[in-house]
Design a protein around this ligand. Sequence first.
Ligand SMILES: Cc1cc2nc3c(=O)[nH]c(=O)nc-3n(C[C@H](O)[C@H](O)[C@H](O)COP(=O)(O)OP(=O)(O)OC[C@H]3O[C@@H](n4cnc5c(N)ncnc54)[C@H](O)[C@@H]3O)c2cc1C
Length: 334
Amino acid sequence: MQIQKNISLKTYNSFSIDVKAAYFVQINHSDEFPALIEWVNQHDLPFIILGGGSNILFSQDYKGLVIQINTKGKQCIKETDSDYFIEVSAGENWHQLVRWTIAQGYAGLENLSLIPGNVGAAPIQNIGAYGVELTDRFDSLKAIKISTGELKHFDKAACQFSYRDSFFKANLDQYLIQSLVLKLPKSPDWRINYEGIKNKMGSQPLSAKLISDAIIKLRQKKLPDPNEIGNVGSFFKNPILSQAQMDLLRQQHASMPSYHYADDQVKTSAAWLIDKCGWKGKSHAQAAVYAKHALVLINKGAATGAEIRQLAEMIQASVHKKFGISLEAEPRIL
Ligand SMILES: Cc1cc2nc3c(=O)[nH]c(=O)nc-3n(C[C@H](O)[C@H](O)[C@H](O)COP(=O)(O)OP(=O)(O)OC[C@H]3O[C@@H](n4cnc5c(N)ncnc54)[C@H](O)[C@@H]3O)c2cc1C
């Protein structure tokens, strides 16, 4: 384990924000965890755990230790009549895992194709796309409690998954997620009724690869590639409202989208709200709202994290003024 000083994080975050970490360490093997935990507990310094940096906004230099998890390994550890159980290390790239499972003949992750970032961060916000969330394919995980170094096992209930949320999001940096076990069904559980998936599939027989390929095409059309335009995907969560609140809002805004969420609760579209406030395509210094998708904030090239944060705050203020709805940021803002 090598702790480096004064390291640029530009290539470690998908917004490509050029901030510096006072200390930086990359963990490549799980046998380095004990030394890491000892170091962290012996030094009176703040620290954060980083995966692929695709759901984080650095608005200033980070004065503590950035721990970048790069541990590798994935294998099928168990098989029952109904499911395959796949164990994966936190530092594996999520999309490469999805394509690897498909190549091995395991279905279930196809709707989560092309989500950037690493496996260890997937439980933090219970990643989701096109009608599937991590929780639908999750068995358990192992995490190290940082304050004690104890390795703990979390089953699905203990993770408290909900929409873009989990126990770990509420307790950031208290646990280092080391590995996940995914539970992938042997009988197909295709989810293809979501926005345009069928149109992109043609008439070939259904397969995980066909669905994955269709979703990749859909995503590439809609979202900017972070290798070309810095972004973190959706910048805001879709707000959840009571049915009564929605009924009131719809008296003034008849076309406001409303999707069933839970008993007496509906979700509306953050992109729609932002669009109606006129933000699509608008800039603030080097930060902007993506012209093709109002939910995506982008770095036009030389944006600072502070400029992106200011743009996000201006959007939140105008959505609140027009609709009385508070938009919650999805990425972690530091
Ligand atoms: C173009 C684009 C599209 C996206 N589309 C989606 C989408 O469809 N659905 C979706 O849900 N998300 C989406 N995202 C957001 C993002 O890809 C996911 O949230 C992803 O899981 C983040 O992974 P990461 O490794 O980059 O996490 P990071 O940004 O590195 O970290 C995110 C959070 O997880 C914590 N963390 C990371 N690793 C660990 C670990 N091992 N142990 C403990 N804590 C850890 C960090 O401290 C931080 O709080 C998108 C992002 C982009 C850029």
